[in-house]
Design a protein around this ligand. Structure first.
Ligand code: SAM
Length: 160
């Protein structure tokens, strides 16, 4: 599969998954956490889906389109592993983590801290949508929408 096809499928999976979990997230209180603001496309999608919700976006540098740049109080710049520490216990309804690189060795380092951090940001019952597979004792894997090939994106609920 060409990288273009792979990119299109990843974007489609992100959109379908974020749409799929909307109703669950709407039923919960708590902010939405966007780990990896990037260009701001998924941030913009989340903002459209959850217009009343606080969405806090993290990235090591601001690279978002001007129209998709969060207000300063909801934009956290720096290494997520460090900057997110002060948000632990915020009881987020949703954590969306799109910080995979496509390089196994780099993603393996991220996976040494991301599952614990994502759980610590999330309320019990909250949802994680992640481009990287997460393993954690309090996460149960949720079924993906039919349009998303298993392994392309991952969906979890914090059970306790
Ligand atoms: C694939 S992009 C996110 C794209 C975004 N979902 C969108 O729709 O535009 C991943 C982003 O995560 C950021 N990132 C990855 N690992 C990070 C880390 N450990 N700390 C801070 N930012 C990180 C990168 O700088 C990059 O901008």
């Amino acid at each position: 599969m060409s990288r273009l096809d792979s990119f299109i499928r990843r974007m489609t999976a992100q959109r379908d998954i974020l749409n799929h979990i909307c109703e669950n997230v709407k039923d919960m209180e708590g902010p939405v956490i966007e780990l990896g603001l990037g260009n701001g496309r998924t941030y913009d999608h989340l903002r459209e889906r959850f217009p009343e919700r606080r969405i806090i976006a993290f990235d090591r540098a601001l690279g978002a389109h001007k129209s998709s740049t969060p207000p300063p109080e909801n934009l956290i710049i720096g290494e997520i592993r460090e900057t997110a520490q002060r948000f632990i216990g915020i009881d987020a309804a949703l954590v969306h983590a799109d910080i995979g690189t496509g390089y196994d060795e780099k993603d393996a380092v991220t996976l040494t801290w991301l599952p614990d951090l994502a759980v610590a940001l999330l309320a019990p019952g909250g949802i994680i949508a992640s481009g990287l597979e997460l393993q954690h004792s309090v996460l149960e894997q949720l079924p993906l929408p039919a349009s998303v090939k298993p392994g392309r994106y991952f969906l979890y609920r914090r059970i306790v």
